[in-house]
Design a protein around this ligand. Structure first.
Ligand code: KE4
Length: 435
């Protein structure tokens, strides 16, 4: 358990005025116990907590920090934007620049609307799909997480799964009744929903690489199968690329796997660490969004000048330095090779998944392909591993159902250090016991 005195005191103070002392549940260390670290600064691949301790960071603010923390170009861009004011409530040039970058980099996006979070992006994309098709139902996947809008809090992943409330109180039957659940990597379970509800399903929303049950790659043909099923049934295919966008390749999962959705939702990297989300895709769909069309969606701070300046800096860097993805892939391969060496031929009851610079070490010896297999993870063992890594200066997401993220700031030596810590921590967790 962390004995970080100042963080502990801050947490006790925070709990007095903020639910759980945090502004997003998964940060509360609920599934690993103890109290969260209060972070006071971050640079490159490292974060520093309120007790002055520095950690090698594999949370990366849950995905946005693909260039590392406090990246020079992003910091400068925000600094310059700040001199001109913080919010105007009027259109700005930067919104055009960011929209043009998204359209240029994300293959299927022709028109895009900027919002303030991934949740806003996904809830708006589903609203659009329902409006465009005149159908009420959506299909999501067990363990998939698309933010906290009512319709998604059914068998949700990420913090909802971590806290054991995958279907949250407060979500009324009316809000949840149109949400159908299928199994990730199981096309039959998707087709079964279309057969059960012919002509009623507006969309399928999928994390093309699941990241909220841990990192679970799509099986061969799964994404293409979803594409064909949605086309055959006149349903909208939504790739929720809030996590995978600009991460698993510059053009996201749709570029990596060559499957084009009708709508794409984005977040995290698009804002360079400031609050930006976006949804976009086929022009015939997006032109139905107000004020072009009747589908209403709005936001006071959507396209905010500071946030868009950070997003433009982040995406411009990725556009102009495509070799970043090769570097991320090399670091990912280095990490993977080290993990495979540690796991060996069943030394430990663990399995590893990775897509580019997002990965997961699952505390189950079986291959993880969906929520059912991910949920077999030994949560107690993960908890001991988490604290063992923290004690060695490695900051992982405090949940067995999250991905770890590498950034362009992680060096070969950083990965080597993380592997040494992993080997030691696993030795402790399993008492040096071979599985
Ligand atoms: P936000 O509303 O948190 O910006 O985005 C929601 C969202 C939508 N879609 C996907 C695929 C996502 O991963 C997320 C948010 N991811 C979690 C981490 N697994 C955010 C962390 C948190 O809830 O604090």
């Amino acid at each position: 358990m962390s004995t970080n005195k100042v963080s502990k005191e801050l947490f006790e103070r925070a709990r007095k005025t903020i639910p759980g002392g945090v502004n997003s549940p998964v940060r509360a260390f609920g599934s690993v116990g103890g109290h969260p670290l209060f972070i006071v600064r971050a640079d490159g691949a490292r974060v520093t907590d309120a007790d002055g301790k520095e950690y090698l960071d594999f949370v990366g603010s849950w995905g946005p920090m693909i260039l590392g923390h406090n990246q020079e170009g992003i910091r400068q861009a925000v600094h310059e934007a700040l001199k001109l004011g913080t919010s105007f409530g009027a259109p700005t040039t930067r919104e055009i620049e960011l929209a043009e970058l998204v359209v240029e980099l994300v293959p299927s996006v022709e028109v895009v609307r900027l919002v303030n979070s991934g949740t806003e992006a996904t809830m708006s994309a589903v609203r659009l799909a329902r409006a465009a098709t005149g159908r009420p139902r959506l299909v999501k996947f067990r363990g998939g997480y698309h933010g906290h809008a009512d319709a998604f809090l059914v068998e949700a992943g990420s913090g909802a799964a971590t806290l054991g409330v995958p279907s949250s109180p407060g979500v009324t039957p009316g809000a949840a009744q149109d949400t159908l659940v299928a199994e990730f990597n199981d096309l039959n379970s998707v087709n079964a929903q279309f057969e059960a509800y012919p002509g009623e399903i507006a969309c399928v929303i999928v994390e093309p690489v699941a990241g909220n049950m841990g990192c679970v790659p799509p099986g061969e043909g799964f994404l293409q199968g979803l594409r064909e099923t949605c086309t055959a049934n006149g349903a909208v295919l939504i790739f929720d690329e809030v996590m995978t966008g600009f991460r698993v390749s510059r053009g996201g999962a749709q570029e990596r796997y060559g499957v084009m959705p009708d709508l794409t939702t984005l977040g995290k990297v698009i804002g360079g660490g400031l609050p930006v989300g976006a949804y976009g895709g086929r022009e015939d769909l997006m032109r139905q969004i107000a004020p072009d069309g009747p589908v209403y969606q709005a936001g006071t701070l959507s396209g905010n000048p500071l946030a868009t300046s950070a997003g433009i800096a982040a995406l411009t860097y990725l556009k102009e330095n495509p070799e970043v993805f090769e570097r991320l892939e090399r670091r990912g391969r280095q990490f993977e090779a080290g993990i495979h060496e540690i796991i060996g031929e069943g030394n430990y009851p663990l399995s590893w998944t990775r897509v580019g610079s997002m990965a997961s070490l699952f505390f189950t010896p079986n291959e993880v392909t969906d929520w059912g297999s991910a949920a077999q993870s030994d949560r107690e063992a993960f908890k001991r591993f988490f604290w063992g890594m923290l004690a060695r200066g490695i900051y992982l997401a405090p949940s067995p159902f999250e991905a770890l993220f590498l950034s362009a700031a992680h060096t070969e030596e950083d990965i080597s250090d993380a592997l040494s810590a992993t080997e030691e921590a696993l030795g402790e967790v399993f008492d040096g016991r071979v599985a």
